[in-house]
Design a protein. Structure first.
Length: 188
């Protein structure tokens, strides 16, 4: 399904009142609505990582999965696989969090999302100064932590963690540790 968006306050405005099918991930990239089914590996990573993060946040922030976030563009509407919202953040008048509320975004790549995760989201998240962007890649059995975003659309530092090692997320004034040994692995 492809629809070109006009100049709206939020890319998500075009979907107001639309009943979306369950089991599909919906995002807006370059003004196009993109619907993809959620993959098994993606779901298993979310299922294993989210409870660990939530437990460690202990009321100091929130963890969201596949929830609409308002970005400063009517051409991009992302719903990250996992997003950590900073403590004290408030929802906007639409009832959504905005990009500046995010401390970290974790995306689990698949063949269908690879280009967006490594290029378009990478650029958007850096331009929006999201402190941490983590790409979890089950096909390579690695997590890559991108930090120190620049407004030019790049992260200036990166660290790669192999599945089986602890994924350490340095947040503002605290650290979240995600055990990756239960993440699904590629056999190849």
């Amino acid at each position: 399904m492809t629809t070109i968006l006009m100049d709206l306050s939020s890319a998500w405005d075009v979907l107001d009142g639309v009943n979306l099918p369950n089991g599909f991930r919906v995002e807006i990239t370059d003004g196009k609505i993109i619907m993809t089914p959620q993959g098994e590996q993606q779901w298993k990573v979310i299922l294993r990582a989210a409870p660990q993060i939530e437990q460690q946040l202990a009321g100091h922030g929130e963890i969201l999965s596949d929830v609409m976030i308002d970005f400063p563009s009517s051409l991009y509407g992302y719903a990250p696989d996992l997003a950590i919202v900073a403590p004290g953040s408030e929802r906007n008048k639409r009832g959504r969090f905005e990009w500046h509320s995010l401390e970290a975004v974790l995306e689990i790549v698949s063949l269908s999302t690879r280009d967006n995760d490594f290029e378009k989201k990478f650029r958007m998240y850096a331009e929006c100064a999201i402190p941490l962007y983590v790409i979890i890649d089950p096909s390579e059995n690695v997590c890559t932590i991108h930090s120190k975003p620049a407004r030019t659309g790049v992260y200036t530092e990166q660290e790669t963690i192999a599945f089986g090692e602890d994924l350490v997320l340095p947040l503002e004034g605290r650290e979240i540790v995600v055990k990756t040994d239960g993440f699904p692995r590629s056999e190849g």
